[in-house]
Write a protein that binds this ligand. Sequence first.
Ligand SMILES: Cc1cc2nc3c(=O)[nH]c(=O)nc-3n(C[C@H](O)[C@H](O)[C@H](O)COP(=O)(O)OP(=O)(O)OC[C@H]3O[C@@H](n4cnc5c(N)ncnc54)[C@H](O)[C@@H]3O)c2cc1C
Ligand code: SF4
Length: 551
Amino acid sequence: MPTILPIRHQAPLPLDRLIRRDPPGAEAIEMDVLIVGAGPAGLACAIELARLVKREQERGGDQPDLNIGVLEKAGSLGEHSLSGSVVNPRAFRELFPELEPSDFPFRQPVPGEAVYFMTEGRAQRMPTPPTMHNRGFYTASLCEMVRWLGERAEALGVNLFAGFPADALLIDGTAVRGVRTTASGLDRSGQPGPEYVEPTDLTARITVVAEGTRGALGQAWREWQQVGSPNPQLFALGVKEIWEVARPLDAVIHTLGWPLPNDAFGGSFFYPLGPTQVALGLVVGLDYHDANLDVHELLQRLKLHPLFRRQLEGGQLLEWGAKTIPEGGYYALPTRRSGDGVLFAGDTVGFVDVPSLKGIHYAMQSGMYAARAAFAALKAGDVSAVALAAYDRMIDESYIVGDMRRTRNMRLAFKDGLYVGGVKAGLMTVTGGRFPGGRIAMPEDASTPRTPVAPRAFTPDGRLTFGKLDAVFKSGNATRDTIPSHLRVGRDVTAEVADFYSHVCPAGVYERVGDELRVNAPNCIDCKATDVLGPRWTPREGGSGPKYRSM
Ligand SMILES: Cc1cc2nc3c(=O)[nH]c(=O)nc-3n(C[C@H](O)[C@H](O)[C@H](O)COP(=O)(O)OP(=O)(O)OC[C@H]3O[C@@H](n4cnc5c(N)ncnc54)[C@H](O)[C@@H]3O)c2cc1C
Ligand code: SF4
């Protein structure tokens, strides 16, 4: 069986498209602060900034109104939002000190918790590792949280532009001066069709990039500005489903082990979402070794395990979706998250603590720091890299970096497999992250060689388990069929590589037809796994992709 090295087949990042030196068009819309991405990071930034302005005005200062805009690629807020999710309410409390937790858009308090080690037929209860405790937290839907935050932002006068993906950063010298949006209405060959709308330029004194996991703009900026990190960023793919069930789940459940092979890092989550719904998902590190590993299929197998089956049987699949998670941790954080006229917040930077599977409150908190740094810079009339470096200092001194430092080598320990990794992770917890000392070096995911292990046939039953096309239907994806492909396929894609891509993609975008790769681009649900291991993802027409309701 041939071994595949994914990086050998990847197209380079299209820097010429993502970083644009040509001046903004004459019709450019001018903003003071432009935020890319209406996720928890972007919306917390917008709300905090609008409040800082209001507070200053109420104090009687001569603070003028600020024109704050948020661009979102989803057709409406929340439609591209997907998380577990168990939320640490810390950032919500700081952003809305006047509200009670019962006012927040959460589904329910965490009722109890359990961790299991799984084999194919059994589930062995384990003590909950300290990093996985969720007492005092809440289960929630990220779509609902985002819509709620959006309403608060709008009430404060923030301009929300849903359905407008940022296609490129507009630059002038070393400074970011705003963004260009994608065109819409292009035909399959990329030519303007009858519904064509040309791109719009939006200029801003400060651009805050909060585009989420594996962001194209963030990658391009770091490559252009040569901003590195001690380790490359690592990613996991999470595939998630929401089910309507007959009886409530009484605990937040995590599992390790089966159906994952021992040399893959990951696990499952099973969360109650009120009396009649549950969320479940499987998260797998993208440095796995088996070229046939398929996260969607593994999730389908997982549901046949008695632990899941007895809860789901007789229920109904409501929604399906997938997204990557940046999980390189502390050593994968870029050395700079600010530059001339620009700040980066949330998942695009990698503010996720993997052992606790938490990112939402870090994303919000980093958005709030970005707002504070932007406000101070605008007041001082200096939006240079030197002025905006105040943001990096706030982040470095915050609990975001403090938490990530404590678990700095934990994900990295699992490159030696589940058992060795488990022992090392235990020692790291006991020593507060000091064991083993130094940094465990990691290659990027695409540099891990893949060898196919003989696949075991799996046929979905259409009741408890589903194929990829049914799953994509449940994501609400209704992307126009005639859209040009936004996926850039690289070099020498052999039949084996085509097979590998077909397993990587949870949405059935890639198919091997004979010895060729077929790309069904409209199926794409923007999970970005492809960008990590295969063809490059680029922004496409606004409103394309999934239409999640309660992910
Ligand atoms: C399966 C899974 C389970 C998770 N479980 C948990 C959990 O239980 N608890 C927890 O705290 N965290 C969890 N996380 C992590 C958490 O969801 C993220 O850390 C968090 O959503 C990051 O927020 P963000 O605002 O940075 O990015 P996002 O939430 O991804 O928001 C980014 C937004 O930017 C938009 N966007 C992207 N590119 C563009 C563009 N070019 N133009 C315009 N808009 C754009 C996207 O559509 C999106 O709306 C989980 C993640 C996954 C995938
Ligand atoms: S093609 Fe789209 S859905 Fe498939 S892996 Fe890539 S980003 Fe995810």
